[in-house]
Design a protein around this ligand. Structure first.
Ligand SMILES: [Zn+2]
Length: 423
């Protein structure tokens, strides 16, 4: 059924995806409101309308931009758990997402794709492109990101839902569709009330390459390092000035270079100096801490405190304060508590003609936070690649595979529980 179903899904997926990526929804980490940017409302309102047009009566968009649609199942009897499907509407602030002009490369020939301003998308640098030869590849024009992160996920959920509602012969339990703002700033679920969902588990559709499913992610924290110096007229500063800028820079130089994002991979965590700001009097360094293990995270926090003491010792009269704020936690233990959550997902991927590959996320998703709130939420591939970059691209064929995976997943959960109640 895979090939036939996927070709049926493809045009609907493409049409939706092209419409959604053209809406500017870049989030802004420096804005406190939720959503952080007005463009996100445009897409949320559009999705609300489209969910209504699919005949879903219960669609709620709250004041913080959480859109929840509750879709009743079609099973007559048997207790069936509700599952959720989630994606985010914002795009990364790391690269412009303003006025995205998607380019559709049909019958992709496997050669270099030229973008604007002399940029190229080269299969030598990005060999995953070669597996899309003969298919449809979608890029930006090179002046912006594409926004497959996560509008590929949004399109896949909407298309799968629309297909399921048109195919009542496929059994399904109750579904909850959740679209969130500001995933990229990490604040999208700050005001989210998990008791508004009855889902026993949820799946984010916010991954990347073909077949990859993820039930484990980093523990994450951000440390704000505040350096306070002693300011005096620079002309008479000898032996008296304590320069907070120099303190901040000394602090950054103490972060181990072999434990930076660019030096680590796989299960190795890191420290990343993200932003430095300030003046002679006060300077600040924001440091991201990432580790798969809680004990590893504790060690990193301890290390920052030692570095702070070392900077104080090197700059007598100055003070350094480290304030650590937790961002999200590894979702592994929550998800492992019910093996069905990953097993059914693996089966759904395989039924779509794709080999499932379990990986760990060197980052987090809204699913990490939802898992912590008590709703285990692994992550599913979308077919997008090179996120947060002008080189971002998506494969329509892989998007269709992800979309089919969602359809199977919904029906597998219904079957599973129907089987259970029959025993
Ligand atoms: Zn994303």
């Amino acid at each position: 059924m895979s090939i036939k179903l996927q070709s049926e899904l493809k045009e609907a997926l493409l049409e939706r995806f092209l419409r959604y990526v053209k809406i500017t929804t870049m989030s802004d980490p420096h804005v406190e409101t939720l959503p952080s940017t007005p463009g996100q409302w445009d897409l949320l309102h559009l999705l609300k309308r489209e969910l209504g047009e699919l005949g879903i009566a219960d669609v709620e968009l709250d004041q913080w931009g959480h859109l929840v649609a509750r879709v009743p199942g079609n099973l007559r009897d048997g207790e069936v758990p509700t599952i959720g499907l989630m994606a985010h509407v914002d795009t990364s602030p790391d690269m412009s997402g303003v006025d995205v002009k998607p380019q559709v490369h049909r019958d992709y020939d496997g050669n270099v794709i030229s973008l604007k301003e002399g940029y190229i998308l080269d299969p030598v640098s990005y060999p995953e492109l070669l597996q899309c030869k003969g298919g449809t590849v979608i890029t930006s024009d090179g002046t912006t990101l594409l926004g497959a992160d996560d509008k590929a996920g949004v399109s896949e959920i909407m298309t799968a839902l629309s297909w399921l509602l048109a195919h009542d012969e496929i059994t399904r339990g109750d579904l909850e569709i959740v679209f969130t703002p500001d995933e990229e700033t990490g604040r999208g679920l700050d005001r989210f009330d998990p008791s508004s969902l009855k889902a026993s588990c949820c799946y984010t559709v916010d991954g990347g390459e073909r077949g990859i499913i993820e039930g484990e992610c980093f523990n994450a924290a951000v440390a704000r390092v505040s350096c306070v110096g002693k300011v005096i007229h620079l002309g008479t500063a000898r032996g008296k000035l304590v320069n907070a800028v120099a303190m901040a820079s000394a602090f950054v130089s103490m972060l181990p270079r072999n434990e930076s994002p660019e030096a680590t991979d796989d299960r190795y965590g890191y420290y990343a100096a993200l932003e430095i700001s300030g003046d002679l009097d006060k300077a600040y360094v924001d440091v991201y801490l990432r580790d798969f293990e809680t004990s590893g995270m504790e060690r990193r926090v301890e290390a920052l405190n030692y570095f702070a003491k070392a900077v104080e010792a090197a700059f007598p009269g100055g003070t350094v304060d480290v304030d650590v704020r937790k961002q999200y936690a590894n979702m592994r233990d929550h998800i492992a508590a019910d093996p069905h959550i990953m097993e059914l997902l693996e089966t759904a991927v395989a039924k779509s003609g794709v080999e499932p590959v379990r990986q760990i996320i060197r980052g987090g998703t809204d699913g990490s936070r939802l898992s912590e709130m008590g709703i285990p939420t692994p992550n599913i591939f979308t077919g997008g690649h090179n996120y947060h970059s002008r080189f971002e691209w998506a494969s329509l064929e892989i998007m269709a595979e992800a979309c089919e995976t969602l359809i199977h997943l919904v029906s597998l959960w219904a079957e599973q529980k129907a089987k259970k109640s029959a025993v």
